[in-house]
Design a protein around this ligand. Structure first.
Ligand SMILES: Cc1ncc(COP(=O)(O)O)c(C=O)c1O
Length: 490
C-alpha cells in the first residue's frame, strides 16, 4: 500500500542568477545525489508503516517517563498521551511507544500531506542549506516574495485582494487583520463576530473567540457584538434573524464597527456551514455601512472545494481582508489595495522559517495543480468516502446516533457534516461526556481525531487530504465502529 504520492512538478524553489556563489548549490549533482539518497533512506524506513498497530509492552515505562517529563515542563499533561517517534507515512504516524495510528487531525489542520511526505522532506532538506533559518521583515530572501506572490495570485482570480503580510501564527495574522480594519475605520472600537467563533490565543483574539473558558481571567477590553451563525433547521428565517441582529447593532452604534469577522465554515465552533445567501445578505449590509469584511480562513484554507472558501462560495468580491494559515505552514493576511495600511502598522522580527516558506509554497503548488478541487476533485471524493463510512455505521447501529441535542431543547438529525477536508460526525446526541470519552477510546484503538462544537459536541476529522485515498477510510472506519461500540457499552 502506498500512502504517499509525489507531484510531478519541477522544484522551482530558487532562481539564483548564474555566477553568484549561491549558484554553486543550484543544480549541483553531488548535492542532488546526496538528497536523493537521504530520501531513499526515508522511504525505506517508512515502508514498515502500512497499518495501525498497538503499543509495545517493553516501551511502556520509557513512554510514561516521557509523558511525565512533558507534564512537568509544561505544567500540565497534554490532551492525548501523544509523542511522535519522528517517523510517519502519509496518514500513519509512529509514536515512541511503538504504536502506529491513523492521524485524522494532522496537528489540527497543519499536515495536509500527512507525515513525512518525501517530496516535502526533500524541499525542507534543501531549505535547510539556506543561510537563514528564519526570514524576517527587514532581511529576507526570494522565498518570502515567491510565497506571498503565489497566495495573491490565487486570491486575485476571484477577489480584489492584492497584498500579503506574512507572520508565523494564525493568531498573529489575525492581529494584523484587526489592526488593518481598525486603521481603515478611524479606530472604530467595536467588532462584529459570530457566536461560536475561534480566532487564536492572544489577549484580544481570546476575547473575540466565543468560548468562556478561553478568556477566563483576562480583562475584557474588546467590544464584540455577536451574531447568530446560520441555523439549517430555520433556513431562510435564520438569514433574516442574523441580518436583523446586524442591522440593530449598526443602528445602536453607528460608525463604531471596525469589521465583520467571519469563518465561512466555522472551525472550532463545530464545522458549521451556511449557504451563500446567508453571507451575501450580511456582507451587502456591512458594505452599505462602510464596515470591512474580514474572512478568517485559518482553518478552512485549502480544505473546501476551492483553495479559498470564499471562492467555493463565490463571495470573493465582498472580502476586504482574509487571513489564512495551518496547511500553508507560514500564515498570511491578505488585503485589498484600498485596505493597505500606513507604514509602521505591520511588521515583526520573524516572517516565517525558510523551510515553512518553501514547503508551504510546494504544498500550494501541489494542491493547485493536483486535481484536488472542484465538485469531482480528490477532496470531494474523500469527503464522500467519509460520509459513506459513517452512514454505513449508522445503518448498522442507529442506536448510537440518537437526535443531536441543541440549545433550548431543540434537536436535529444532521449526524454527518462539514465540507471537503473538514469532516465531522455526531454520535451519542453530541453529549460532551461521551464525545470526550470517544476521543480517548479512538486514540487507544488507533485513530487520532479531535472534537469541535459545544453542546452539541462533534467528532472532528481534518485528514491529510493531500495524500489520503478514499479506500484508506476502510481501516479507519473499522476502528471508529469498534470505538463507538466500546463507548456505547460503557
Ligand atoms: C479560524 C481560526 N482562526 C485562527 C486560529 C489561530 O491560529 P493559530 O493557532 O495558528 O494561532 C485558528 C486555530 O485553530 C482557527 O481555527
Amino acid at each position: 500500500m502506498s500512502t504517499t504520492r509525489t507531484a510531478s512538478l519541477p522544484d522551482r524553489s530558487h532562481h539564483v542568477p548564474p555566477g553568484l556563489a549561491a549558484s554553486r548549490l543550484e543544480g549541483n549533482a553531488a548535492l542532488d545525489g546526496a538528497v536523493r539518497s537521504m530520501i531513499e533512506q526515508l522511504r525505506a524506513a517508512q515502508a514498515e508503516l502500512v497499518a495501525s498497530r498497538g503499543p509495545r509492552k517493553e516501551l511502556a515505562e520509557s513512554y510514561r517517563g516521557w509523558l511525565e517529563r512533558n507534564a512537568s515542563v509544561r505544567g500540565r499533561a497534554s490532551y492525548y498521551p501523544y509523542l511522535g517517534s519522528g517517523l510517519g507515512h502519509g496518514p500513519l504516524v509512529e509514536l515512541l511507544d511503538g504504536s502506529v495510528k491513523w492521524d485524522m487531525i494532522g496537528g489540527i489542520g497543519v499536515h495536509l500531506f500527512g507525515h513525512g511526505d518525501p517530496d516535502l522532506c526533500e524541499v525542507a532538506i534543501r531549505a535547510g542549506l539556506s543561510d537563514l533559518v528564519q526570514q524576517g521583515n527587514l532581511q529576507f530572501n526570494a522565498d518570502s516574495i515567491e510565497f506571498a506572490e503565489l497566495l495573491v495570485e490565487e486570491a486575485r482570480r476571484c477577489s480584489r485582494l492584492s497584498h500579503c503580510f506574512v507572520s508565523n501564527s494564525g493568531c498573529m495574522v489575525n492581529e494584523a487583520a484587526l489592526k488593518v480594519c481598525q486603521q481603515k475605520t478611524g479606530a472604530a472600537p467595536r467588532i462584529f463576530a459570530f457566536a461560536g467563533c475561534f480566532m487564536g490565543r492572544s489577549t484580544t483574539m481570546s476575547q473575540i473567540g466565543d468560548a468562556a473558558g478561553y478568556r477566563q481571567g483576562i480583562p475584557l477590553n474588546t467590544l464584540v457584538d455577536y451574531l447568530p451563525f446560520y441555523d439549517a433547521t430555520l433556513g431562510a428565517r435564520s438569514i433574516e434573524m442574523t441580518r436583523w441582529h446586524l442591522e440593530q447593532a449598526i443602528l445602536r452604534y453607528p460608525k463604531q464597527h471596525s469589521c465583520l469577522i467571519v469563518e465561512l465554515v466555522q472551525g472550532e465552533g463545530g464545522f458549521n456551514t451556511a449557504p451563500r445567501e446567508f453571507f451575501l445578505a450580511l456582507f451587502e449590509l456591512a458594505r452599505k455601512h462602510g464596515i470591512p469584511v474580514w474572512d478568517d480562513e485559518v482553518q478552512t484554507f485549502g480544505r473546501t472545494e476551492r483553495m479559498f472558501a470564499f471562492e467555493a462560495l463565490d463571495l470573493g468580491e465582498h472580502i476586504d481582508v482574509v487571513t489564512l494559515g495551518k496547511m500553508s505552514q507560514a500564515c498570511a493576511c491578505l488585503y485589498t489595495a484600498d485596505m493597505n495600511p500606513g507604514p509602521g502598522l505591520l511588521s515583526g522580527t520573524f516572517s516565517a522559517a525558510t523551510s515553512a516558506f518553501r514547503v508551504g509554497r510546494r504544498i500550494l503548488e501541489r494542491m493547485r495543480d493536483g486535481g484536488y478541487y472542484g465538485p469531482d476533485g480528490r477532496i470531494a471524493r474523500l469527503h464522500a468516502s467519509f460520509r459513506a463510512g459513517i452512514e454505513a455505521i449508522r445503518g448498522r447501529h442507529p442506536e448510537w446516533f440518537p437526535p443531536v441535542q441543541e440549545a433550548f431543547g431543540r434537536t436535529h438529525d444532521r449526524f454527518v457534516g462539514g465540507v471537503g477536508g473538514m469532516m465531522r460526525f455526531t454520535p451519542f446526541g453530541g453529549s460532551k461526556d461521551r464525545i470526550m470519552r470517544l476521543m480517548h477510546v479512538l486514540f487507544e484503538e488507533g485513530v487520532i481525531a479531535f472534537y469541535c462544537g459545544h453542546d452539541p459536541y462533534h467528532v472532528r476529522f481534518l485528514p491529510p487530504v493531500g495524500v489520503m485515498t478514499p479506500e484508506q477510510f476502510e481501516p479507519v472506519m473499522e476502528i471508529v465502529e469498534r470505538s463507538l461500540a466500546r463507548v456505547a457499552s460503557e
